[in-house]
Design a protein around this ligand. Structure first.
Ligand code: NAI
Length: 386
Protein backbone atom coordinates (compact mmCIF):
# COMPACT_ATOMS: atom_id res chain seq x y z
CA UNK A 1 0.00 0.00 0.00
CA UNK A 2 1.55 3.36 -1.05
CA UNK A 3 1.79 5.98 1.66
CA UNK A 4 -1.06 8.50 1.50
CA UNK A 5 -0.71 12.25 1.95
CA UNK A 6 -2.74 13.54 4.86
CA UNK A 7 -3.71 17.03 5.99
CA UNK A 8 -5.19 18.45 9.19
CA UNK A 9 -7.28 21.50 9.90
CA UNK A 10 -7.38 22.37 13.59
CA UNK A 11 -5.74 20.14 16.16
CA UNK A 12 -3.07 22.76 16.89
CA UNK A 13 -0.65 22.87 19.79
CA UNK A 14 -2.46 22.29 23.09
CA UNK A 15 -5.70 21.12 21.48
CA UNK A 16 -7.48 18.19 23.07
CA UNK A 17 -8.01 15.92 20.09
CA UNK A 18 -5.22 16.89 17.66
CA UNK A 19 -2.56 14.61 19.20
CA UNK A 20 -4.93 11.62 19.19
CA UNK A 21 -5.46 12.07 15.45
CA UNK A 22 -1.74 12.35 14.75
CA UNK A 23 -0.91 9.28 16.83
CA UNK A 24 -3.64 7.19 15.26
CA UNK A 25 -3.14 8.30 11.65
CA UNK A 26 0.59 7.63 11.97
CA UNK A 27 0.32 4.26 13.68
CA UNK A 28 0.35 2.04 10.61
CA UNK A 29 2.47 4.29 8.44
CA UNK A 30 -0.36 4.59 5.89
CA UNK A 31 -0.68 8.36 6.28
CA UNK A 32 2.05 10.98 6.12
CA UNK A 33 1.21 14.40 7.60
CA UNK A 34 1.94 16.52 4.53
CA UNK A 35 -0.15 19.68 5.03
CA UNK A 36 -1.96 21.58 7.73
CA UNK A 37 -3.83 24.69 8.82
CA UNK A 38 -3.62 23.74 12.44
CA UNK A 39 -4.60 26.77 14.45
CA UNK A 40 -7.05 29.64 14.53
CA UNK A 41 -3.96 31.85 14.88
CA UNK A 42 -2.12 31.64 11.50
CA UNK A 43 1.39 32.28 12.83
CA UNK A 44 1.03 29.74 15.62
CA UNK A 45 -0.48 27.21 13.21
CA UNK A 46 2.39 27.57 10.71
CA UNK A 47 5.06 27.37 13.39
CA UNK A 48 3.53 24.25 14.91
CA UNK A 49 3.05 22.62 11.49
CA UNK A 50 6.74 23.07 10.74
CA UNK A 51 7.61 21.69 14.17
CA UNK A 52 5.61 18.58 13.20
CA UNK A 53 7.68 18.21 10.02
CA UNK A 54 5.27 19.74 7.49
CA UNK A 55 7.15 21.49 4.65
CA UNK A 56 6.94 25.32 4.95
CA UNK A 57 5.00 25.68 1.68
CA UNK A 58 2.34 23.30 3.03
CA UNK A 59 2.13 24.88 6.51
CA UNK A 60 -0.87 27.09 5.80
CA UNK A 61 -2.21 30.09 7.70
CA UNK A 62 -5.84 29.08 7.33
CA UNK A 63 -8.02 26.44 5.69
CA UNK A 64 -8.89 28.55 2.62
CA UNK A 65 -5.19 28.94 1.81
CA UNK A 66 -4.80 25.21 2.31
CA UNK A 67 -7.69 24.42 -0.03
CA UNK A 68 -6.19 26.61 -2.72
CA UNK A 69 -2.63 25.40 -2.20
CA UNK A 70 -3.50 21.71 -2.13
CA UNK A 71 -5.94 21.90 -5.07
CA UNK A 72 -3.10 23.00 -7.33
CA UNK A 73 -0.67 20.20 -6.43
CA UNK A 74 -0.02 16.87 -8.16
CA UNK A 75 0.77 15.34 -4.74
CA UNK A 76 -2.31 16.86 -3.11
CA UNK A 77 -3.49 15.39 0.16
CA UNK A 78 -5.52 12.16 -0.10
CA UNK A 79 -7.43 12.87 3.11
CA UNK A 80 -8.06 15.92 5.28
CA UNK A 81 -9.09 15.70 8.93
CA UNK A 82 -11.27 18.51 10.24
CA UNK A 83 -10.59 18.83 13.99
CA UNK A 84 -11.70 22.42 14.55
CA UNK A 85 -14.53 23.58 16.88
CA UNK A 86 -18.00 22.40 15.92
CA UNK A 87 -19.35 25.54 14.29
CA UNK A 88 -16.68 25.43 11.54
CA UNK A 89 -17.07 21.77 10.50
CA UNK A 90 -19.81 22.32 7.91
CA UNK A 91 -18.14 25.07 5.90
CA UNK A 92 -14.72 23.41 5.83
CA UNK A 93 -15.98 19.89 5.12
CA UNK A 94 -18.26 21.06 2.31
CA UNK A 95 -15.54 23.14 0.66
CA UNK A 96 -13.01 20.30 0.65
CA UNK A 97 -15.53 17.75 -0.63
CA UNK A 98 -16.58 20.08 -3.44
CA UNK A 99 -12.97 20.40 -4.48
CA UNK A 100 -12.45 16.65 -4.70
CA UNK A 101 -10.87 15.83 -1.31
CA UNK A 102 -11.75 12.95 1.01
CA UNK A 103 -12.62 14.17 4.52
CA UNK A 104 -12.61 12.78 8.06
CA UNK A 105 -14.69 15.25 10.06
CA UNK A 106 -14.85 15.42 13.83
CA UNK A 107 -18.25 15.05 15.44
CA UNK A 108 -20.72 16.64 15.39
CA UNK A 109 -20.45 16.85 11.61
CA UNK A 110 -22.50 20.08 11.49
CA UNK A 111 -24.53 22.36 13.75
CA UNK A 112 -27.93 21.66 12.12
CA UNK A 113 -29.83 18.87 10.36
CA UNK A 114 -30.13 21.04 7.25
CA UNK A 115 -26.35 21.42 7.02
CA UNK A 116 -25.93 17.69 7.56
CA UNK A 117 -28.40 16.92 4.74
CA UNK A 118 -26.37 19.23 2.54
CA UNK A 119 -23.12 17.41 3.41
CA UNK A 120 -24.66 14.04 2.52
CA UNK A 121 -25.86 15.50 -0.80
CA UNK A 122 -22.41 16.99 -1.42
CA UNK A 123 -20.75 13.62 -0.73
CA UNK A 124 -23.06 11.93 -3.24
CA UNK A 125 -22.30 14.54 -5.90
CA UNK A 126 -18.57 14.55 -5.26
CA UNK A 127 -18.03 10.80 -5.23
CA UNK A 128 -15.58 11.38 -2.39
CA UNK A 129 -15.46 9.83 1.08
CA UNK A 130 -16.69 11.72 4.11
CA UNK A 131 -16.18 9.89 7.41
CA UNK A 132 -17.21 11.16 10.83
CA UNK A 133 -15.07 10.37 13.84
CA UNK A 134 -17.30 8.20 16.00
CA UNK A 135 -14.00 6.70 17.00
CA UNK A 136 -15.27 4.34 19.69
CA UNK A 137 -16.68 2.12 16.96
CA UNK A 138 -13.03 1.30 16.21
CA UNK A 139 -12.59 -0.81 19.36
CA UNK A 140 -12.06 -4.48 18.49
CA UNK A 141 -14.64 -5.77 20.97
CA UNK A 142 -17.25 -3.25 19.84
CA UNK A 143 -16.76 -4.58 16.33
CA UNK A 144 -17.08 -8.10 17.71
CA UNK A 145 -20.36 -7.18 19.42
CA UNK A 146 -21.71 -5.95 16.12
CA UNK A 147 -20.53 -9.13 14.38
CA UNK A 148 -22.18 -11.35 17.03
CA UNK A 149 -25.47 -9.49 16.68
CA UNK A 150 -25.27 -9.60 12.86
CA UNK A 151 -24.61 -13.35 12.74
CA UNK A 152 -27.58 -14.00 15.02
CA UNK A 153 -25.87 -15.09 18.25
CA UNK A 154 -28.30 -12.96 20.28
CA UNK A 155 -31.38 -13.74 18.19
CA UNK A 156 -33.71 -10.79 17.89
CA UNK A 157 -32.36 -7.76 19.75
CA UNK A 158 -34.86 -6.50 22.32
CA UNK A 159 -33.03 -3.80 24.19
CA UNK A 160 -29.84 -1.74 24.13
CA UNK A 161 -28.58 0.17 27.15
CA UNK A 162 -26.06 2.88 26.33
CA UNK A 163 -24.31 5.27 28.70
CA UNK A 164 -21.83 8.11 28.47
CA UNK A 165 -21.92 9.66 31.90
CA UNK A 166 -18.99 11.50 33.47
CA UNK A 167 -18.71 13.89 36.39
CA UNK A 168 -16.33 16.57 35.15
CA UNK A 169 -18.79 19.48 34.93
CA UNK A 170 -20.45 18.89 38.28
CA UNK A 171 -18.87 21.67 40.32
CA UNK A 172 -21.29 24.61 40.46
CA UNK A 173 -18.44 26.87 41.61
CA UNK A 174 -16.56 26.07 38.38
CA UNK A 175 -19.52 26.45 36.00
CA UNK A 176 -18.50 29.97 34.93
CA UNK A 177 -14.94 28.96 34.17
CA UNK A 178 -14.57 29.89 30.45
CA UNK A 179 -13.13 26.44 29.69
CA UNK A 180 -16.45 24.91 30.73
CA UNK A 181 -18.97 27.70 30.12
CA UNK A 182 -18.72 27.61 26.28
CA UNK A 183 -19.84 24.00 26.32
CA UNK A 184 -23.24 25.14 27.61
CA UNK A 185 -23.55 28.27 25.47
CA UNK A 186 -26.16 27.81 22.70
CA UNK A 187 -24.40 30.42 20.53
CA UNK A 188 -21.25 28.32 20.40
CA UNK A 189 -22.52 24.79 20.78
CA UNK A 190 -26.03 24.77 19.26
CA UNK A 191 -29.27 23.66 20.90
CA UNK A 192 -27.89 20.72 22.91
CA UNK A 193 -24.83 20.38 25.14
CA UNK A 194 -24.33 17.01 26.86
CA UNK A 195 -26.49 14.96 24.50
CA UNK A 196 -24.81 16.45 21.41
CA UNK A 197 -21.32 16.18 22.86
CA UNK A 198 -21.34 12.78 24.59
CA UNK A 199 -24.78 11.18 24.33
CA UNK A 200 -24.42 11.08 20.58
CA UNK A 201 -21.41 8.74 20.89
CA UNK A 202 -23.50 6.38 23.01
CA UNK A 203 -26.36 6.51 20.51
CA UNK A 204 -23.97 5.86 17.62
CA UNK A 205 -22.62 2.81 19.47
CA UNK A 206 -26.17 1.56 20.15
CA UNK A 207 -27.01 1.84 16.45
CA UNK A 208 -23.65 0.40 15.39
CA UNK A 209 -23.77 -2.74 17.52
CA UNK A 210 -27.49 -3.43 17.06
CA UNK A 211 -27.42 -2.79 13.31
CA UNK A 212 -30.63 -0.77 13.75
CA UNK A 213 -31.23 2.95 13.17
CA UNK A 214 -33.20 5.38 15.34
CA UNK A 215 -36.84 5.87 14.40
CA UNK A 216 -38.41 7.90 17.22
CA UNK A 217 -37.31 9.10 20.61
CA UNK A 218 -38.44 10.61 23.87
CA UNK A 219 -35.95 12.74 25.81
CA UNK A 220 -35.82 14.26 29.27
CA UNK A 221 -33.14 17.00 29.57
CA UNK A 222 -32.18 18.73 32.80
CA UNK A 223 -29.67 21.40 33.76
CA UNK A 224 -28.50 20.18 37.13
CA UNK A 225 -26.56 23.42 37.55
CA UNK A 226 -29.01 26.33 37.57
CA UNK A 227 -26.86 28.83 35.67
CA UNK A 228 -26.84 26.59 32.57
CA UNK A 229 -29.42 27.06 29.85
CA UNK A 230 -28.50 23.82 28.11
CA UNK A 231 -28.70 20.30 29.51
CA UNK A 232 -25.92 18.71 31.51
CA UNK A 233 -27.83 15.44 31.99
CA UNK A 234 -30.25 13.57 29.74
CA UNK A 235 -32.24 10.36 29.71
CA UNK A 236 -33.36 9.35 26.23
CA UNK A 237 -35.54 6.43 25.12
CA UNK A 238 -35.17 5.54 21.46
CA UNK A 239 -37.21 3.16 19.32
CA UNK A 240 -35.12 1.54 16.59
CA UNK A 241 -36.26 0.51 13.13
CA UNK A 242 -35.62 -3.18 13.82
CA UNK A 243 -37.94 -3.20 16.83
CA UNK A 244 -35.38 -2.78 19.64
CA UNK A 245 -35.44 0.00 22.23
CA UNK A 246 -32.43 2.03 23.46
CA UNK A 247 -32.29 3.29 27.06
CA UNK A 248 -29.63 6.00 26.95
CA UNK A 249 -28.25 7.99 29.87
CA UNK A 250 -25.70 10.75 29.42
CA UNK A 251 -24.44 13.11 32.10
CA UNK A 252 -21.71 15.60 32.92
CA UNK A 253 -22.62 15.77 36.61
CA UNK A 254 -22.24 12.10 37.55
CA UNK A 255 -19.58 12.73 40.19
CA UNK A 256 -17.14 9.85 40.45
CA UNK A 257 -17.82 8.60 36.93
CA UNK A 258 -14.82 8.94 34.60
CA UNK A 259 -15.51 8.57 30.85
CA UNK A 260 -18.46 6.34 31.68
CA UNK A 261 -19.01 5.06 28.13
CA UNK A 262 -20.52 1.63 27.77
CA UNK A 263 -23.07 -0.38 25.84
CA UNK A 264 -25.14 -3.48 26.58
CA UNK A 265 -27.24 -5.43 24.10
CA UNK A 266 -29.97 -7.81 25.23
CA UNK A 267 -31.43 -10.26 22.71
CA UNK A 268 -33.80 -13.22 22.90
CA UNK A 269 -30.84 -15.67 23.08
CA UNK A 270 -28.36 -13.74 25.26
CA UNK A 271 -26.79 -10.47 26.36
CA UNK A 272 -23.51 -8.62 25.78
CA UNK A 273 -21.80 -5.94 27.89
CA UNK A 274 -18.79 -3.73 27.05
CA UNK A 275 -17.25 -0.73 28.81
CA UNK A 276 -14.67 1.57 27.26
CA UNK A 277 -12.63 1.80 30.46
CA UNK A 278 -12.05 -1.98 30.19
CA UNK A 279 -11.98 -2.33 26.40
CA UNK A 280 -10.30 -5.75 26.18
CA UNK A 281 -13.21 -7.64 27.75
CA UNK A 282 -16.63 -8.35 26.32
CA UNK A 283 -19.10 -10.12 28.61
CA UNK A 284 -21.41 -12.64 26.97
CA UNK A 285 -24.26 -14.38 28.80
CA UNK A 286 -26.44 -16.85 26.88
CA UNK A 287 -30.00 -17.20 28.18
CA UNK A 288 -29.94 -19.65 31.07
CA UNK A 289 -26.15 -19.94 30.85
CA UNK A 290 -23.09 -18.64 32.63
CA UNK A 291 -21.32 -15.38 31.86
CA UNK A 292 -18.26 -15.78 29.66
CA UNK A 293 -15.52 -13.16 29.25
CA UNK A 294 -14.39 -12.84 25.64
CA UNK A 295 -10.88 -11.40 25.47
CA UNK A 296 -9.66 -9.16 22.65
CA UNK A 297 -7.02 -11.00 20.64
CA UNK A 298 -8.41 -14.49 21.36
CA UNK A 299 -8.16 -16.86 18.38
CA UNK A 300 -11.87 -17.56 17.91
CA UNK A 301 -13.26 -14.05 17.42
CA UNK A 302 -14.82 -12.57 14.29
CA UNK A 303 -12.76 -11.28 11.31
CA UNK A 304 -14.03 -7.80 12.26
CA UNK A 305 -12.47 -8.10 15.73
CA UNK A 306 -9.27 -9.64 14.35
CA UNK A 307 -8.77 -6.75 11.94
CA UNK A 308 -9.21 -4.21 14.74
CA UNK A 309 -6.97 -5.95 17.27
CA UNK A 310 -3.54 -4.25 17.27
CA UNK A 311 -1.72 -5.92 20.14
CA UNK A 312 -1.67 -9.57 21.16
CA UNK A 313 -4.10 -10.99 23.70
CA UNK A 314 -3.58 -9.79 27.25
CA UNK A 315 -1.91 -6.50 26.39
CA UNK A 316 -3.91 -3.35 27.08
CA UNK A 317 -5.25 -1.56 23.99
CA UNK A 318 -3.05 1.42 24.82
CA UNK A 319 0.20 -0.56 24.92
CA UNK A 320 1.60 1.11 21.77
CA UNK A 321 1.23 4.45 23.57
CA UNK A 322 3.63 3.21 26.26
CA UNK A 323 6.10 2.34 23.48
CA UNK A 324 5.51 5.80 22.00
CA UNK A 325 6.64 7.29 25.31
CA UNK A 326 9.96 5.45 25.04
CA UNK A 327 10.42 6.90 21.53
CA UNK A 328 9.48 10.36 22.78
CA UNK A 329 12.09 10.11 25.55
CA UNK A 330 14.74 9.03 23.04
CA UNK A 331 13.82 11.83 20.65
CA UNK A 332 14.27 14.39 23.44
CA UNK A 333 17.63 13.02 24.55
CA UNK A 334 19.01 12.67 20.99
CA UNK A 335 17.77 16.15 20.02
CA UNK A 336 19.26 17.67 23.18
CA UNK A 337 22.65 16.12 22.35
CA UNK A 338 22.49 17.47 18.79
CA UNK A 339 21.49 20.92 20.01
CA UNK A 340 24.05 21.02 22.84
CA UNK A 341 21.49 21.44 25.62
CA UNK A 342 20.52 19.50 28.74
CA UNK A 343 17.60 17.12 28.08
CA UNK A 344 14.35 17.53 29.96
CA UNK A 345 14.96 15.50 33.15
CA UNK A 346 11.47 14.01 32.90
CA UNK A 347 12.51 12.31 29.65
CA UNK A 348 15.29 10.39 31.42
CA UNK A 349 13.19 7.42 32.53
CA UNK A 350 13.64 5.26 29.42
CA UNK A 351 15.22 1.82 30.07
CA UNK A 352 18.96 1.76 29.37
CA UNK A 353 21.73 -0.73 28.58
CA UNK A 354 22.32 -1.03 32.34
CA UNK A 355 18.75 -2.26 32.69
CA UNK A 356 19.46 -4.73 29.89
CA UNK A 357 22.55 -5.94 31.75
CA UNK A 358 20.65 -6.28 35.06
CA UNK A 359 18.02 -8.38 33.26
CA UNK A 360 20.65 -10.71 31.80
CA UNK A 361 22.24 -11.13 35.21
CA UNK A 362 18.83 -11.85 36.76
CA UNK A 363 18.13 -14.49 34.11
CA UNK A 364 21.48 -16.22 34.73
CA UNK A 365 20.90 -16.00 38.45
CA UNK A 366 17.41 -17.50 38.12
CA UNK A 367 18.70 -20.36 35.96
CA UNK A 368 21.49 -21.07 38.45
CA UNK A 369 19.05 -20.88 41.36
CA UNK A 370 16.48 -23.14 39.71
CA UNK A 371 19.08 -25.75 38.96
CA UNK A 372 20.35 -25.44 42.54
CA UNK A 373 17.07 -26.21 44.32
CA UNK A 374 16.02 -22.55 44.55
CA UNK A 375 19.14 -21.46 46.44
CA UNK A 376 19.53 -17.72 46.95
CA UNK A 377 21.83 -16.43 44.20
CA UNK A 378 23.39 -13.01 43.61
CA UNK A 379 21.19 -11.34 40.97
CA UNK A 380 23.56 -8.43 40.29
CA UNK A 381 25.84 -8.24 37.24
CA UNK A 382 29.48 -8.78 38.24
CA UNK A 383 30.33 -5.15 37.40
CA UNK A 384 27.61 -3.86 39.74
CA UNK A 385 28.49 -5.86 42.81
CA UNK A 386 29.55 -3.47 45.41
P1 NAI B 1 -9.77 22.43 21.19
O1 NAI B 1 -10.42 23.73 21.49
O2 NAI B 1 -8.93 21.76 22.23
O3 NAI B 1 -8.84 22.61 19.87
C1 NAI B 1 -9.31 23.19 18.69
C2 NAI B 1 -8.13 23.46 17.76
O4 NAI B 1 -8.61 23.95 16.51
C3 NAI B 1 -7.17 24.53 18.29
O5 NAI B 1 -5.84 24.17 17.97
C4 NAI B 1 -7.58 25.79 17.53
O6 NAI B 1 -6.54 26.75 17.39
C5 NAI B 1 -7.95 25.17 16.19
N1 NAI B 1 -8.86 26.00 15.39
C6 NAI B 1 -9.97 26.65 15.80
N2 NAI B 1 -10.57 27.25 14.76
C7 NAI B 1 -9.81 26.96 13.67
C8 NAI B 1 -9.90 27.30 12.30
N3 NAI B 1 -10.89 28.04 11.83
N4 NAI B 1 -8.95 26.84 11.46
C9 NAI B 1 -7.92 26.08 11.90
N5 NAI B 1 -7.79 25.72 13.20
C10 NAI B 1 -8.72 26.17 14.06
O7 NAI B 1 -10.94 21.47 20.69
P2 NAI B 1 -10.97 19.87 20.76
O8 NAI B 1 -11.47 19.47 22.09
O9 NAI B 1 -9.71 19.31 20.23
O10 NAI B 1 -12.20 19.57 19.77
C11 NAI B 1 -12.11 19.72 18.38
C12 NAI B 1 -13.25 18.93 17.76
O11 NAI B 1 -13.07 17.56 18.07
C13 NAI B 1 -14.63 19.31 18.29
O12 NAI B 1 -15.52 19.33 17.22
C14 NAI B 1 -14.99 18.20 19.27
O13 NAI B 1 -16.39 17.96 19.33
C15 NAI B 1 -14.28 17.03 18.64
N6 NAI B 1 -13.93 15.99 19.61
C16 NAI B 1 -14.21 14.69 19.28
C17 NAI B 1 -13.92 13.65 20.12
C18 NAI B 1 -14.23 12.26 19.70
O14 NAI B 1 -14.25 11.36 20.53
N7 NAI B 1 -14.48 11.99 18.43
C19 NAI B 1 -13.30 13.88 21.43
C20 NAI B 1 -12.98 15.29 21.68
C21 NAI B 1 -13.28 16.30 20.79
Amino acid sequence: MARLNWGMIGGGEGSQIGPAHRISAGLDGHFHLAAGALDVDPARGKAYAEKLGIAPDRAYGNWREMLEGESGRDDRIDLVTVATPNSTHYEITKAFLENGFNVLCEKPMTMTVEEAEDIVETVRNSGKICAVNYGYSGYAMVRHMRAMVARGDLGKVRLVKAEFAHGFHADAADADNPRIRWRYDPAQIGPSAQFADCGIHALHLANFVSGQESQSLSADFISAIDSRTLEDDAMVNVRLDGGAVVRLWTSAVAVGRMHGLGVQVFGEKGGLRWEQEHPNQLYWTPVGGRTEILERGAPDLSPEADRASRVTIGHAEGMPLAFANIYADLAEVISAAKEGRTPDPVAMSYPTAEDGLRSMAAIRSAVDSASGNGAWTDARPPSMRG
